[in-house]
Design a protein around this ligand. Structure first.
Ligand code: SAM
Ligand code: SF4
Length: 323
């Protein structure tokens, strides 16, 4: 499954719900967003059918996301069904608030690993950025995930001026734990959350701060289409990744498609283009038709984003896109 630039699609970000129990400053507006209605959402069977179809077309890595995926009531069942497909990776990105009780059942269902979003190791700052989140709870979730074997564990941190001073302590975790800490550049994806560009911190600045405090990083190899460029401190068990989506775009090696909770196959996070699959499923489109429509849409995947130079579609909250 290739687009007109020759990029082969291998990774699917599957958003299982648009709902979230936090309102992170860079992701959701303070007043929240309207949730999709039940009748608009893909059913469990529809989600599975769509993933199966995409796997037949070449997808071999599935990342479950949200909103907050742990709010999806049938998550373990979904994971169990997806784990039977021929995939090289089945992972989940979560804010961690409900991870403590769910880590073990998800591992048992066949989930391989998790990425947990932790923007600060300071409880007050964490609460401010997530608009009410409890770092203690998330940390317990993280520990439960490690104990359950949902590894290698990754931590995502979107770096804003507000939490810039946390990057050294987060990076220090890699000296003791076999975790990957990924520092993400803020992306102005949605019109409803438009921080000033100056509120974000470019990854090269994050790297400089970390190296000044903890010493030089050395490059390490990672998955060829990974959005992050990875490093480690000499002999450290963990890794540090920088996701420079804006200042050093990785669009030319993008292998991702996104399927939203209401069945929209989104071709690029920064563009509205895509294919509404729910109506096709409801019309009873046969597998060949579905595949043909998907291949046709994927061919026209946009070349890349032009963040800060284009106006994003209104209402396209990042929480709904799923990161
Ligand atoms: N709720 C889950 C979580 O927070 O991990 C999954 C969905 S969230 C949208 C996925 C990832 O996108 C998170 O790591 C989050 O930090 C990141 N993210 C959200 N808004 C962002 C933005 N404007 N720029 C960069 N990353 C963003
Ligand atoms: Fe925060 Fe994830 Fe919810 Fe967005 S979807 S508000 S990043 S927890």
């Amino acid at each position: 499954m290739r687009d007109k630039f020759g990029r082969e699609m291998k990774t699917l970000r599957l958003s299982v719900t648009d709902r979230c129990d936090l309102k992170c400053r860079y992701c959701m507006p303070e007043e929240g967003v309207a949730w999709l209605g039940k009748s608009e959402l893909l059913t469990l069977e529809e989600k599975i059918r769509m993933v199966e179809t995409l796997v037949e077309l070449g997808i071999d890595r599935v990342k479950i996301t949200g909103g907050e995926p742990l709010l999806y009531p049938r998550l373990a069942e979904l994971v169990e069904r997806l784990s039977r497909l021929s995939l090289n990776d089945l992972s989940l990105t979560t804010n961690g608030t409900r991870l403590e009780p769910l880590a073990r059942p998800l591992k048992k269902a066949g989930l391989k690993r998790v990425t947990v979003s932790v923007d600060s190791l300071d409880g007050e700052r964490f609460k401010a950025i997530t608009r009410g989140g409890s770092l203690k709870k998330v940390w317990k979730g993280l520990m439960a995930a490690e104990e359950a074997g949902l590894t290698p564990l990754k931590i995502n941190c979107v770096v804003l001026k507000e939490n810039q001073e946390d990057v050294v302590e987060l990076a220090r975790l890699t000296l003791e734990h076999p975790w990957e800490i990924r520092f993400i550049e803020y992306m102005p994806v949605t019109a409803s959350v438009r921080l000033e560009r100056s509120e974000g911190v470019p990854p090269r600045e994050v790297r400089r701060t970390i190296e000044e405090a903890l010493g030089a990083l050395e490059p390490v190899a990672s998955y060829a289409h990974a959005p992050s460029t990875d490093y480690r401190f000499p002999k450290a068990p963990g890794k540090i990744g920088f996701i420079s989506s804006v200042s050093d775009s990785f669009c030319s090696r993008c292998d991702r498609l996104r399927l939203s909770a209401d069945g929209f196959l989104k071709l690029c996070m920064a563009h509205a283009d895509g294919l509404a699959l729910k109506p096709l499923l409801q019309e009873g489109a046969p597998p060949e038709v579905l595949k043909e429509r998907i291949l046709g849409a994927v061919y026209h995947k946009p070349e890349g984003h032009a963040f800060w130079f284009t106006t994003p579609a209104p209402g396209e909250a990042m929480s709904r896109i799923g990161g």
